[in-house]
Write a protein that binds this ligand. Structure first.
Ligand SMILES: [Zn+2]
Length: 474
């Protein structure tokens, strides 16, 4: 949450210069002779990530989201109050939230009711009184209706996905505004609390720790608290009929696992290994970054993928051991250290895939070198389309193809060969510790690798990350 402030400040400077040159002389708010006087302008409608140009906004930094809602799967209706606590990064007379959810009945800023406009994903708010730099403010949005479903550039669905017994809730890379007004970009992390009221017999499972669970008049209310900063795309509050088991890892981390009864048999091996995975990754990557762990294993056949939702990855079908290892490894790489831009997606998927290869080897399966050389990886012919996309900029349609996953993992294995095991694992641990609960870019990883190894790795990373074609020498 601190590094986005630098981005906000830089953005603010640019905006102030532009606005000042255009309107300052005639503006009642601007005081040309007094540099300390507020100079109000609108927060940017985007953070400028080219893969998803509507995502995120400028001018403020969110500290906390509190969502209090009821959901009835029979009608698919949600009734919600979202309370967003944020800080103005420059003098603001307007700011945007990202929201593609149902109809809004009221919106307040610091208790004052406000008009607002909606244009696609942009919810535009004009606060009065205006907000000064550094001022904390609270936005309360009340809305009710059917939450949204979003189709991604690769054709997959996300957002609030109805299931036969509830809802499967996933948000990477743009699904969370379907049900929560947010500054929807991984560069603005915040803490979250969900208070979810669902018909008795159903369970609502969210990120973080369960604070309470109470049933009254046929409805059960669950309160989930995420105490570490979280990127909005990693939020979930998945609802359904679940068998819940609670335990702790050998190192003492609480584990909460919710499994759709129909997926119990198919997921038993993966669930049983969660504590062992967490401890193996902790010994390899450094301390587990969150206060709890677990999994949500649901039945959402139209989704067809799993996601590393923070503290509790969510699965749309039964969980395999390999996929469980992948999603839990993301807790370090992706969730705690998030991508600065979506083009950096290999930093998520390549790392989680490499961790999955390592866990397979640790478990007595194929060695990492065997997996690297297999026909799914380096064994692919040079003519394969697999090699024809730039790994460090795969584009929104290929960001979840096998390219960031497999070529990303291969890049890490090649780096390991280049710098040696000791340096390689020092790099992985320092990557997790120095960007913990924040975000980072590909250039940061290259700089860390060069610093830790003392080698000039520009040619190495050029071949693996920035060139098309199968690497042959590096
Ligand atoms: Zn992944």
């Amino acid at each position: 949450m601190t590094i986005p402030r630098l981005r906000g400040a830089a953005l603010a400077t640019v905006t102030l210069v532009a606005v000042g040159s255009m309107v300052a002389p005639g503006s009642a708010d601007a005081a040309p002779g007094d540099p300390a006087a507020p100079r109000y302008s609108a927060g940017a409608a985007s953070v400028g990530d080219p893969y998803f140009p509507d995502e995120g906004n400028g001018g403020y930094d969110v500290q906390h989201y509190d969502l209090n809602f009821s959901y009835d799967p029979a009608t698919r209706l949600m009734a919600a109050t979202a309370t967003i606590t944020a800080t103005a990064m420059h003098d603001l007379d307007q700011f945007n939230l990202d929201f593609r959810g149902p109809e809004i009945s009221s919106l307040t800023v610091d208790g004052h009711a406000h008009d607002f406009t909606r244009d696609g994903q942009e919810l535009v708010v004009t606060p009065r009184p205006k907000l000064k730099t550094g001022q904390a403010f609270t936005v309360v949005v009340r809305y009710a209706g059917v939450p949204g479903l979003i189709t991604d550039p690769d054709g997959s669905i996300e957002g609030w996905v109805p299931t036969d017994d509830g809802a499967f809730v996933v948000g990477e890379p743009q699904g969370t505004p379907a049900w929560l007004p947010a500054n929807d970009h991984p560069t603005d992390k915040a803490t979250f609390r969900f208070t979810a009221k669902v018909p008795e017999g159903l369970t609502a499972v969210g990120n973080g720790q369960l604070l309470s669970q109470q049933t009254r008049d046929g409805w059960t209310t669950f309160i989930w608290d995420s105490t570490e900063p979280m990127a909005s795309y990693l939020a979930t509050i998945t609802i359904g009929k679940f068998e819940v088991t609670e335990s702790t890892t050998p190192s003492g981390i609480p584990v909460y696992v919710a499994v759709d009864p129909r997926q119990v048999a198919g997921s038993a091996a993966a669930v049983a290994q969660i504590p062992r995975m967490i401890d193996f990754f902790s010994s390899t990557f450094g301390p587990y970054p969150f206060a709890s762990t677990g999994a949500i294993i649901d039945r959402a056949p139209d989704v067809g993928y799993a996601l590393e939702t923070q503290t509790k990855p969510v699965f749309s079908g039964s969980a395999s051991v390999g996929t469980m290892a992948h999603e839990l490894a993301h807790q370090w790489y992706g969730d705690s250290v998030s991508p600065e831009r979506w083009s950096d997606i290999w930093l998520n998927e390549g790392f989680a895939t490499y961790a999955q290869w390592m866990y397979t080897e640790y478990n007595g399966g194929a060695s990492v070198s065997q997996t690297f050389n297999s026909s799914s990886n380096y064994g692919r012919a040079p003519s394969s389309s697999f090699w024809q996309i730039v790994l460090a900029d795969p584009g929104p349609e290929d960001m979840f193809s096998n390219i960031p996953y497999n070529r990303g993992a291969m890049t890490l294995h090649a780096l390991r060969g280049k710098v040696g095991d000791d340096t390689f694992f020092r790099i992985l641990r320092e990557w997790a510790s120095s960007h913990r609960h924040s975000h980072a870019a590909t250039a940061d990883f290259i700089a860390l690798s060069e610093r830790a190894s003392g080698q000039d790795l520009k040619a190495f990373f050029d071949v693996w990350l920035f060139q098309k074609g199968k690497p042959t020498t590096w």
